[in-house]
Design a protein around this ligand. Structure first.
Ligand code: 13P
Length: 260
């Protein structure tokens, strides 16, 4: 069975000192030893160190970053590399988030370079993909998802592909309060898993976690996780309050225990 993964993407929120206060509070509220659940927070680069200090060595929460650059070091003003993130204790890194694609023009070839850099340094990439509302409306969702998986992952070694997580985040659901329905999410996840079977292998497709992201809340997380096609969630707005993120974590910690 795939372990549920809940990732909080803080985006550009919280200073280093705000992060310290938040994490102390959060640690006191999340399940201590979640059995079939991994919890990750992805703060801005500037707060990674303060979050790491609060988490300590044996925390139930792991550290992730929101982006990385593909070179290890050099004259790349403003960028942050995989070895730098490793050095700060990151285990996961989000790659190809729709905000990066839309606001910063990130394309598939560049996203694959970032994935390769993450893998080279033992970081686990979370590849974000998703269609716009116009694409959904004109019936090209499956085509867009297929293309984005191919762009991000084609040509990677099977062993590397086995460490990747996909986050399906329909662009129209991000920050809008309008989550995809469970049926829409399941259909997209099925498509993604089929594409993974061809890009990697059926075995890799079977063990790869596919998260849903886009207006996930404490109210809708349970119904999303009730499907065994949905292996967790990438959470934006609802991860910024201790109460809502801790509630989501608690719901997720028992989601698979009823055998659905
Ligand atoms: P919201 O949960 O705020 O819709 O954001 C989703 C997201 O973009 C997570 O990466």
């Amino acid at each position: 069975m795939r372990t549920i993964l809940i990732v909080g993407n803080w985006k550009m929120n919280k200073t280093a000192s705000e992060a310290t206060v938040f994490m102390r509070d959060l640690l006191a509220r999340v399940p201590a030893q979640p059995a079939n659940l991994e919890l990750v927070v992805a703060p801005p680069f500037t707060a990674l160190e303060s979050v790491r200090l609060v988490l300590g060595a044996s925390s139930p929460i792991q550290l992730g970053a929101q982006d990385l650059f593909w070179e290890d070091h050099g004259a790349y003003t403003g960028e942050v590399s995989a070895p730098m993130l490793k050095g700060l204790g990151c285990r996961y890194v989000i790659v190809g988030h729709s905000e990066r694609r839309t606001l910063f023009g990130e394309r598939g070839d560049l996203i694959q370079k970032k994935i390769r850099a993450a893998l080279k340094h033992g970081l686990r990439p979370i590849l974000c993909i998703g269609e716009t509302l116009a694409q959904r409306d004109n019936g090209t969702t499956d085509h867009v998802l297929t293309q984005q998986v191919h762009d991000g992952l084609s040509g990677l070694a099977t062993e590397a592909l086995a460490t990747i997580t996909i986050a399906y985040e329909p662009v129209w659901a991000i920050g809008t309060g309008k989550s995809a329905t469970v049926e829409q999410a399941i259909a997209a996840h099925r498509t993604i898993r089929q594409v993974l079977a061809t890009v990697a292998s059926p075995a890799v497709a079977d063990c790869t976690r596919i998260l849903y992201g886009g207006s996930v809340t404490p109210q809708n997380i349970e119904s999303l996780l009730a499907s065994d096609q949905i292996d967790g969630a990438l959470i934006g707005g609802a991860c910024l309050q201790v109460e809502s993120f801790a509630t989501i974590a608690t719901v997720a910690s028992v989601a698979r225990s009823t055998g659905v």
